[in-house]
Design a protein around this ligand. Structure first.
Ligand SMILES: Nc1nc2c(c(=O)[nH]1)N[C@H]1C(S)=C(S)[C@@H](COP(=O)(O)OP(=O)(O)OC[C@H]3O[C@@H](n4cnc5c(=O)[nH]c(N)nc54)[C@H](O)[C@@H]3O)O[C@H]1N2
Ligand SMILES: Nc1nc2c(c(=O)[nH]1)N[C@H]1C(S)=C(S)[C@@H](COP(=O)(O)OP(=O)(O)OC[C@H]3O[C@@H](n4cnc5c(=O)[nH]c(N)nc54)[C@H](O)[C@@H]3O)O[C@H]1N2
Ligand SMILES: [Mo]
Length: 773
């Protein structure tokens, strides 16, 4: 399977490659955000909008899920948050006239960058069966199309309802309610492709799938490990927190195959010194690890901890915590002692000296926080890796006390909240009981499809209707060719979206585009302006309120759209259902979101008096038993040590491991621009970062054009043609390229054990000189 570069990709005639930067933010970041805001929004409107980001009476930044410090600076926005806002507040519009002038076939040939640059969707649009074009449709007719196709299914499990992590709590709650009343748990979400491995590992070991630290803990930590994460680009405000922790004496270790700018040095644009000074040195130690080597690293730390305890009994491990709060220590200890240095050095590509130097930092620190993101979650052994991180922290009682803990850094700004609201294909019995009791129906109990299973089910004709609440499923999912075929095989695909993207171009027989308000926009309902709520990466819930005039008069809020879908679809069904549902007041819900929050308060623990508490300054923090009271709601009632066989990613002779990651100028599948400044890339995206010796070993040199060919046990050859090689400081045997261009290379069946997350950070590839060159 080959995926050609889109026609107008610069391809990259204008591509320039310079040296990578060793610091993040500072003056270029500030000028870049203002420039971006200026071109998209008009300079004055741009500045006014940015001033509202994350302010008390403003909207939650749609950029990332990093929490807000309590004392907000006027204008605490970061460069990439500014780009996310500009992208949504753009003055460009995709109107019915636009669709009249562009066939689906033409749109499918365009790049993600081009599609996103066309602007905001303005009208509901419908692609009838047999047509190659969208045409306008009224909202009521659009809902009727959906209701008709859902009613035509043999079973509700033949529909799947995807969610991307920007949906508010209120939208997510009514969405899952609608889907479960329909009769299915097919609620795949972006989390399935993102932090699912973290959730899987944490629920089992500590009883809750969320991180255990607050910002205050981070400031208080003595050692912070930043593992498999590129905060300078993806969570820029985290750099301010790291800087603050360092000022209080914390040490920072970065574990990453790439020397990411933000991990090395940081110039804080919020402070005058950041604009002029040399910037703060962030990482005290940089472990340039091989892809997938982290499990071995933490197993080595665990072995060294046990040995240090042997040398000085009673001084290293937190024996009283282990005795009173954990389960399975003996088995873990026995396993950890057998960890082989040979394996560790092979898996990590590090030297024993480097690991011992890092371990000295570990031993010197009373309070340790481990932060991680996609570098840990998107491998086949991600769940065991994160379990070994938990083992590491448990050994010294580093969970559930100030300054210490687990910090999975979430991606989308409300991805954590959506899961709390019940967007999950494997809901717990307690949740279903509460939901069913509140609304008087019997929710489906059998588990639904996650993202990968949804693709398989569409491919095999078992799912025929696909609905996307935000996101860009076709571009974000693995195995692009397979996913495209899967979606094309549907009877109907529906996208609730703010902006044009590939998922509007690659559709089922029929397709609907339902355009919605974004976070920045005022949501005016008959009862007054509506507020929504979100939950950040550290379990804090707060309000978000948009102020801008909507991009078009025809837009509806996500809540309104979902309630409309529910009314059109469930109206006829309620009477025939075995357990007649109590009438759900969808009209009240869409008229006044307080009424939705009243229900959330009754169904979901931790949301008592939701409407009151969320209106207090700063909102409120959800309970987290391990963090709050060292209580672990696992099967054993304790925090579980786990024994995990070491997995080493070996590749056949002559092959490389490819990681697919984000450039500085993109938000997942939304491409803001064609630069990746910190890595020295300008005006192009089809680049492949490879070690110069690996290039030389293949008779290649920096600047050569290659095809990347992925090899997998299913025997299918997947090819991404025409990438310019860039000699780069990555470990030997490991290479890197941007997603979504390389998603064609990620095999659908190559997923993490247990979490079923695509292995987007370890794809076995070979390089071939580009055909026709
Ligand atoms: N501006 C911007 N912000 C974003 C996003 C965006 O696209 N743009 N996306 C949002 C979302 S949804 C998410 S999930 C987060 C993603 O945030 P990140 O996880 O930071 O995103 P990636 O670009 O995938 O970067 C992965 C990092 O892990 C490293 N890495 C890869 N494999 C390994 C490994 O095996 N071991 C180790 N130790 N390191 C490894 C890579 O070199 C890279 O630095 O960001 C969120 N914020
Ligand atoms: N190869 C590879 N693949 C990956 C990853 C990787 O690292 N490598 N990362 C994975 C990760 S971590 C994630 S989270 C997924 C992301 O997958 P998704 O969440 O599906 O993708 P996004 O690109 O974030 O979605 C962007 C679209 O969302 C819509 N949108 C934006 N704001 C709103 C809003 O407020 N409301 C609504 N309704 N729509 C809105 C716009 O139309 C926009 O085009 O991708 C995954 N895919
Ligand atoms: Mo993500």
């Amino acid at each position: 399977m080959t995926r050609k570069a889109p026609a107008e990709d610069p391809g990259d005639a204008r591509l320039r490659v310079g040296p990578p930067k060793d610091y993040a933010a500072g003056i270029p970041a500030v000028t870049s955000s203002l420039r971006h805001a200026g071109t998209q929004m008009g300079a004055r409107r741009g500045l006014l909008t940015l001033l509202r980001v994350n302010q008390k009476d403003g909207f939650d930044c749609p950029g990332c899920a990093w929490p807000e410090p309590e004392h907000r600076h006027r204008a605490e926005f970061c460069e990439n948050g500014a780009k996310a806002v500009a992208e949504e507040a753009t003055l460009r519009r995709v109107t019915p006239e636009f669709f009249a002038g562009h066939s689906l076939e033409e749109l499918a040939g365009r790049s993600d960058y081009w599609l996103g640059q066309q602007g905001r969707l303005t009208h509901p649009m419908y692609r009838p069966a047999g047509s190659d074009q969208y045409r306008p449709i009224s909202w009521e007719d659009a809902f009727a199309v959906l209701a008709r196709e859902l009613a035509a299914l043999d079973h509700p499990d033949q529909a799947a309802f995807y969610t991307s992590g920007r949906a508010s709590n209120e939208a997510a709650f009514v969405y899952q309610l609608f889907v479960r009343m329909l009769g299915t748990n097919n609620l795949p979400d972006c989390s399935n492709m993102c932090h699912e491995s973290s959730g899987s590992a944490l629920v089992e070991t500590i009883g809750i799938g969320k991180g255990s630290v607050s910002l205050e803990d981070l400031y208080e930590a003595e050692l912070i490990l930043v593992v498999g994460q590129n905060p300078g680009t993806n969570h820029p405000r985290m750099l301010s927190a790291l800087e603050r922790a360092k000022q209080r004496g914390a040490r920072v270790i970065a574990v990453n195959p790439l020397p990411e700018a933000g991990l090395l040095r940081f110039k804080n644009p919020q402070r005058p010194s950041g604009l002029v000074g040399g910037g703060a040195q962030l990482a005290d130690l940089f472990l340039q690890i091989r892809l997938g080597g982290d499990q071995a690293l933490f197993q080595a730390f665990n072995r060294l901890l046990l040995e240090a305890e042997d040398d000085a009994p009673g001084s290293v491990l937190d024996t009283s915590f282990i005795t009173s709060h954990t389960h399975g220590f003996e088995a873990l200890a026995e396993h950890a002692r057998k960890t082989s240095w040979e394996d560790v050095l092979e898996a990590t590509g590090l030297s024993e000296d480097e690991i011992r130097a890092a371990f000295r930092e570990v031993l010197a620190a009373e309070k340790i926080v481990v932060c991680w993101a996609m570098g840990l979650t998107q491998h086949r052994h991600s769940v065991p890796t994160i379990r070994d991180v938990v083992n590491f922290l448990l050994l010294r009682g580093n969970i559930g006390r100030p300054g210490a803990g687990l910090c999975p850094v979430r991606g989308h700004s409300n991805v954590q909240g959506d899961r709390t609201m019940g967007i999950y294909e494997k809901p717990g019995e307690d949740f279903l009981d509460a939901l069913g009791a509140e609304f008087g129906f019997e929710p489906p109990r059998h588990h639904g499809h996650d993202a990968v299973e949804t693709i398989r089910a569409m491919r095999d004709g078992r799912v025929k209707v696909f609905v996307g609440l935000g996101g860009n499923f076709v571009a974000a999912a693995p195995d692009t060719e397979v996913t495209e075929q899967a979606l094309r095989g549907c009877r109907l695909t529906v996208q609730i979206s703010t902006k044009l993207n590939r998922s509007h171009a690659i559709t089922g027989e029929q397709a609907l585009i339902l355009p919605c308000l974004g976070r920045t926009e005022a949501d005016l309902r008959p009862s007054g302006p509506q507020l929504v709520t979100v939950e950040d990466s550290m379990g804090m819930v707060h309000l978000s309120r948009g102020r801008l005039a909507p991009a078009s008069d025809h837009l509806r809020s996500e809540v309104e759209i979902i309630c409309g879908m529910a009314r059109a679809t469930l109206g006829a069904r309620a009477a025939t259902s075995a357990v007649p549902a109590r009438r759900v007041p969808w009209e009240e819900f869409e008229a006044d979101y307080d009424r939705i929050r009243d229900r959330i308060a009754r169904v979901i623990p931790g949301f008592e008096e939701f409407n009151d508490r969320v209106r207090r300054p700063g909102g409120f923090t959800l309970p987290h038993p391990p963090r709050d009271e060292r209580r672990f709601t696992t099967a054993t009632g304790r925090a579980n040590f786990t024994v995990n066989p070491l997995d080493i990613l070996r590749v056949p002779e002559g092959r490389l491991l490819l990681q697919t990651l984000r450039s500085h100028d993109q938000y997942n599948t939304t491409i803001y621009g064609l630069d990746d400044r910190y890595r020295g890339i300008h005006q192009g995206r089809r680049v492949l970062f490879v070690h110069e010796d690996d290039l030389a070993a293949r008779g290649l040199a920096d600047g050569d054009l290659v095809d990347i060919v992925s090899e997998y046990e299913d025997g299918v050859e997947r090819r991404a043609p025409g990438f310019r090689t860039v000699a780069f400081p990555t470990p030997r045997g490991c290479c890197a390229a941007y997603f979504p261009e390389t998603n064609v290379l990620v095999p659908l069946d190559s997923t993490a054990a247990i979490s079923n997350t695509p292995t987007s950070k370890s794809v076995v590839v070979r390089l071939e000189p580009a055909a026709g060159v």
